[in-house]
Design a protein around this ligand. Structure first.
Ligand SMILES: [Zn+2]
Length: 144
């Protein structure tokens, strides 16, 4: 089983190490020799498969590494938006309630006013920090 040409020329043909006349001559042989033809096509498929696996692997890790931080950032940003939005709604509701029936200045109202003031200050502080951070990030990106 086997053909001498496959052993002497098969790999050189697959590796494209043949001169054009040699190549043409070998292709003529392939047409007439089923053993060589089948071996060559088998090895070509194997080569494609190996190359496919080798190319696919680093690409996968690249995309994983590329998307993971973005998802994490979006996740965190969404969490912040929910927290801020929820807090803001509570504050707005309390303000609305306090304004609607602002009778005497009770202990409860003072507590709510303090709470709202504190929350607004915290919100402004956080927002200022985020904006500052974004500026720093942008600066870093430009520097790189
Ligand atoms: Zn042959």
């Amino acid at each position: 089983m086997g053909c001498d040409r496959m052993e002497s020329d098969g790999m050189r043909y697959l590796d494209k190490e043949m001169s054009l006349p040699e190549r043409e001559e070998f292709e003529r042989h392939l047409k007439s020799c089923r053993i060589c033809r089948e071996s060559i096509s088998q090895m070509e498929n194997l080569g494609k498969l190996t190359r496919g696996v080798m190319i696919k692997d680093p690409q996968d890790t690249f995309w994983e590494g590329y998307w993971k931080p973005i998802f994490r950032r979006i996740e965190r940003k969404t969490a912040w938006i929910f927290i801020l939005l929820g807090g803001l709604l509570v504050v707005l509701y309390e303000v609305y309630r306090a304004v609607r029936n602002f009778g005497e200045l009770t202990f409860e109202k003072i507590a709510i006013i303090l709470l709202i003031t504190g929350f607004v200050m915290l919100l402004v502080s956080v927002l200022r920090e985020r904006i500052h951070q974004r500026k720093v990030d942008r600066y870093k990106d430009i520097k790189r």
